[in-house]
Design a protein around this ligand. Structure first.
Ligand code: KIV
Ligand code: ZN
Length: 389
């Protein structure tokens, strides 16, 4: 039996912090309903104290979403927590996400404080949040660079104070996967009451390691992953939802599963990209335009013999349009013959050999040979053949 990893989507909070990605209430609501349909467990809907518009968005999402938990962010400040609670008052399953920086960098240079003072503030915030809901998540900001012994003290204390989930963010995307995994394992081995809370991974992608770090955290025992559609988020982004979901599906040996419906991943990726006006890079794993495209001759030949040679995911599984054979100057005869056949031309081997020479001349002058170019080449070849009859 595999164990469930809760998927905490923060597209509408961390993702929306990206410059240019700001959403209005209607847009947020529409995406929240799609996230619920996708099967995420928790939707972080916004940061209610930050603006009246965001307060309203969290409130509307709380009213509309029926199955997923709806979460609002706050700092370890009473008025933030009160605003989050007020925005969430109509939610069926409200969660307050509060927290504070626990690295020495944050303690000294952000709060001009001490470890002991920060510990007290953390305890007070968790206790205060529990006055409003039984579902309190506490984030130890910059946990990735926090001292493990001190982090363990904070985690133990906030669980005692009422936190039911404890988030261990690699806020600056600094950790290597084995370091992040060891940090989670350290907490499991050194926090006596750790079984009273869910431990959550929240990783940023500054070194391109967010997904790897989240998976390392889950392999070490964390049972919640915080992520965003298309990996949107502060700076280089957050862990990408579609990546963690598919890693967990592909690697059964992890012994984990999520409740996300994979066939909806491509559609929601496109919707988020359109709504946030943020294009998805073509080579993005799972949802990029080239994720199932094959363009070099060696790959195309192997793919056409059996897709398993070059695809570990069936595009239909993630709702993608299908595999694509892209014809370029690096393509081989088998890909050319395949595409011509798809276009309705049944040329023999000699014809394909002859066509391939002309094809390469066209391909050397273009990035991609389109169907219209092939039609033209095929018609010319048919005309030559007719002349020889
Ligand atoms: O990256 C981070 O530490 C955060 C917290 C506010 C959870 O986004
Ligand atoms: Zn973050």
């Amino acid at each position: 039996m595999s164990e469930k990893v809760f998927i905490f989507d923060t597209t509408l909070r961390d993702g929306e912090q990206v410059p240019g990605c700001k959403l209005n209430t209607k847009e947020k609501l529409e995406l929240a309903l799609l996230l619920e349909e996708l099967g995420v467990d928790i939707i972080e809907a916004g940061f209610p104290i930050s603006s009246p518009g965001d307060f309203e968005s969290v409130k509307q999402i709380g009213l509309a979403v029926k199955n997923a938990t709806v979460c609002g962010l706050s700092r370890s400040v009473e008025k933030d927590i009160e605003a989050a609670a007020a925005a969430l008052r109509y939610a069926v399953r409200p969660r307050i996400h509060t927290g504070i920086g626990t690295s020495d960098y944050h303690i000294r240079y952000k709060f001009n404080s001490t470890r002991e003072e920060i510990l007290e503030r953390a305890i007070a915030a968790a206790k205060f949040a529990r006055r409003f809901t039984d579902d309190v998540e506490f984030y130890c900001e910059d946990a990735g660079r926090s001292d493990n012994e001190y982090l363990a003290r904070v985690v133990e204390a906030v669980i005692n104070a009422g936190a039911t989930t404890v988030n261990i963010p690699d806020t600056t995307g600094y950790c290597l996967p084995h370091q992040y995994g060891e940090k989670i394992a350290f907490l499991y081995n050194n926090v006596p009451n750790i079984d009273k809370a869910v431990i959550s991974c929240h990783c940023h992608n500054d070194l391109g390691l967010a997904t790897a770090n989240s998976i390392a955290g889950a392999a070490a025992g964390a049972r919640q992953i915080e992520c965003t559609i298309n990996g949107l988020g502060e700076r280089a982004g957050n862990t990408s939802l579609e990546e963690v979901v598919m890693v967990i599906r592909q690697h059964k040996e992890l012994g984990l599963h999520t409740d996300v419906k994979p066939h909806l991943l491509t559609a929601i990726s496109r919707k988020v990209s359109d709504t946030m006006r943020m294009p998805v890079q073509p080579n993005k794993a799972i949802v990029g335009a080239n994720a199932f495209s094959h363009s070099s001759g060696i790959h195309q030949d192997g793919f056409l013999k059996n897709s398993i040679n070059y695809e570990i995911i069936n595009p239909a599984e993630v709702g993608a349009d299908g595999s694509k054979i892209v014809l370029t100057a690096r393509s081989g005869r088998s890909a050319l013959a395949f595409r011509l056949k798809e276009l309705g031309y049944n040329f023999d081997r000699d014809d394909v050999d002859a066509l391939y020479e002309t094809f390469l001349q066209v391909a050397d002058n273009k990035k991609e040979v389109e169907d219209a170019d092939l039609e033209q080449l095929a018609k010319e070849r048919q005309a030559v053949a007719a002349d020889h009859i």
